[in-house]
Design a protein around this ligand. Structure first.
Ligand SMILES: *[C@@H]1O[C@H](CO)[C@@H](O)[C@H](O)[C@H]1NC(C)=O
Ligand SMILES: *[C@@H]1O[C@H](CO)[C@@H](O)[C@H](O)[C@H]1NC(C)=O
Ligand SMILES: *[C@@H]1O[C@H](CO)[C@@H](O)[C@H](O)[C@H]1NC(C)=O
Ligand SMILES: *[C@@H]1O[C@H](CO)[C@@H](O)[C@H](O)[C@H]1NC(C)=O
Ligand SMILES: *[C@@H]1O[C@H](CO)[C@@H](O)[C@H](O)[C@H]1NC(C)=O
Length: 495
């Protein structure tokens, strides 16, 4: 389906208007953005203690009102023989709280700020050239001329293109999908009244993107397993995919197969480390496993309940190495937990080669994160020859949009006008240069959603939540239905 309802004349007027706006915006915004985005150095000087305390207060505050996760998923008896999981559960549970309860307590990502600064500056400068591209989307001035073959061999860049309005969206109702969609991310259930953000569709410039349907997805994934492993943004993508496949309808036939993957709620835990569901008609399994750092965590002193955890930057999460043989599609992500405050709060101690890290180059957060992303991608790439059918994607970072402050200093994202800052991505390279460099030369594909999502500052939870915490906004997670649906469309197009 093509969303183009506009007659050419209106398009031209629109294009002219957009160009003028964009040029003005770019001019006005550039100096603002540079002063807003703190320099990396400054960011790392913020006292972690101060942050952690705030986060804990929030966590405590939220704990009272947040039972929906345990309501959705029946508790199951823990099987503590799952290797390494009984000790890890405790820490994971804590992390999960920190992150997921962040419907108000948004994990700060200071490591990312510096990176975003660059990305934003790059974007505003590329906006100035926007008039040159306002032509037809499938114009032939790209290096890839053969659209048919491009979409088939996936050689095209899905991240380059523009947002268009499409009244056939969203693909499921935010009032529905109660089986999988966390109520904290269902903005339809909040006080939010503007829903224009649900009506947008991503149209890549150089490739056809096949229309997503649940039936087509299941057919292509017959007898196959798709695994998302990552942080809460990965969990959003998982929930989004479940809703997209089912159209948000109740599906009592879909089986909870978490037990097959050891994804059961440990005694005393609030929720399992992940979830796995199977569509019996096609024997398609979709699962999500919570690993915020994408590295293996092991207790340093297993008999001490208050132990520190070795965070093995060069080792994959145990869950991943254990279950990789069962996966046909794997989508990895990390990013928003890489800051000193979170590492300290979780008592994660960086290890390399099984011993505490002494390499100064990877001792800082940005270095450790880069090292870990390279490690996990190289590891999984080295496993690929054993699993010829396996497709692995590394999903680039999901952008945050805190304006005029950060998550804990009154930062906001309450713009409700979609695409106020532009609707097109023109650059060829990813805005997530760390991820792009890491996949280079490997068979791991980049699921590049950074620049695409960067244009969608109006699509976050913002100040709306079931239990609004005054003064806090969630400009990290996205409303569902919403932007992560597009990530899944881009993923589907490459399966
Ligand atoms: C726990 O898991 C192990 C290995 O997967 C299995 O051998 C054992 O029977 C399970 N125990 C229970 C109580 O489910
Ligand atoms: C485009 O791709 C099709 C299918 O792969 C091929 O048959 C055709 O020759 C290609 N055309 C050009 C101009 O490369
Ligand atoms: C899926 O598995 C079933 C049962 O083993 C088999 O009959 C069917 O052909 C498989 N489908 C595909 C597409 O592999
Ligand atoms: C491990 O923790 C236990 C309990 O706190 C403590 O008794 C023991 O000395 C610790 N072992 C080491 C090697 O630190
Ligand atoms: C990221 O890590 C890789 C692999 O360890 C290294 O080659 C590269 O120089 C690092 N990049 C930065 C910017 O630190």
């Amino acid at each position: 389906m093509k969303g183009g309802l506009k007659v050419p004349r209106i398009s031209l007027i629109l294009i002219g208007f957009v160009c003028a706006t964009v040029i003005t915006l770019a001019y006005v915004k550039s100096p603002f953005l540079s002063s807003w985005a703190p320099s990396q150095d400054r960011v790392f000087q913020i006292s972690p203690d101060y942050k952690v305390k705030d986060e804990e207060v929030l966590r405590e505050r939220n704990r009272l009102g947040k039972s929906e996760e345990s309501v959705n998923f029946e508790p199951t008896i823990s099987n503590s023989s799952t290797k390494g999981s009984s000790t890890k559960d405790k820490v994971t549970e804590e992390l999960t709280n920190t992150e997921i309860e962040g419907s108000a307590g948004i994990p700060p990502s200071f490591a990312q700020k510096g990176y975003l600064k660059g990305a934003l500056e790059e974007k505003s400068s590329s906006r100035e050239q926007e008039n040159e591209v306002a032509g037809p989307v499938n114009s032939a001035d790209s290096p890839i001329k053969n659209l048919t073959s491009a979409s088939k061999d996936h050689g095209c860049n899905f991240a380059k293109g523009r947002w268009v309005t499409d009244d056939s969206r969203p693909l499921y109702s935010g009032f529905g999908c109660k089986q999988w969609l966390s109520s904290m991310w269902a903005c339809r259930l909040t006080q939010r009244m503007d829903f224009e953000y649900e009506k947008l569709r991503w149209r890549p410039r150089d490739c056809e993107m096949e229309e997503f349907t649940g039936a087509n997805f299941l057919k292509r994934m017959e007898n196959k397993t798709l695994a998302f492993i990552g942080d809460s943004l990965g969990r959003q993508q998982f929930q989004s995919l479940m809703c997209m496949i089912t159209g948000g309808e109740d599906r009592p036939d879909v089986l909870d197969v978490g037990r097959e993957y050891g994804l059961v709620k440990a005694r005393g835990a609030k929720r399992p480390d992940g979830w796995a569901y199977r569509f019996p008609s096609t024997q398609t399994t979709i699962l999500y496993y919570w690993s915020a750092s994408l590295c293996n965590l092991t207790p340093i002193n297993a008999s001490n309940p208050a132990t520190d955890y070795a965070m093995h930057l060069d080792r994959p999460p145990a869950f991943l190495s254990r279950f990789l043989p069962r996966f046909d599609v794997l989508v990895l992500n990390t990013g928003h937990h890489w800051n000193r405050g979170k590492l300290n709060a979780n008592r994660w101690v960086m290890h390399v080669g099984g011993v505490p890290n002494t390499n100064r180059k990877i001792a800082d957060i940005a270095g450790a994160k880069n090292f870990t992303i390279h490690s996990i991608i190289n590891w999984v790439n080295s496993e690929l020859p054993k699993y010829p059918g396996l497709k692995v994607f590394y999903r680039s970072i999901s952008p945050r949009h805190f304006f005029n402050g950060d998550w804990n200093t009154g930062g906001t994202c309450d713009n409700t006008t979609p695409l106020a800052g532009g609707k097109e991505v023109l650059q060829d390279e990813s805005s997530d240069s760390t991820a792009a460099r890491a996949v280079k030369g490997t068979a791991v594909k980049l699921l590049d959603i950074t620049a695409v999502s960067e244009l969608r500052d109006e699509g976050h939870i913002s100040r709306y939540s079931i239990k609004a915490t005054p003064g806090m906004q969630d400009c990290l997670h996205w409303c569902l239905p919403g932007v992560p649906d597009t990530w899944n469309e881009i993923l589907f197009a490459q399966l």
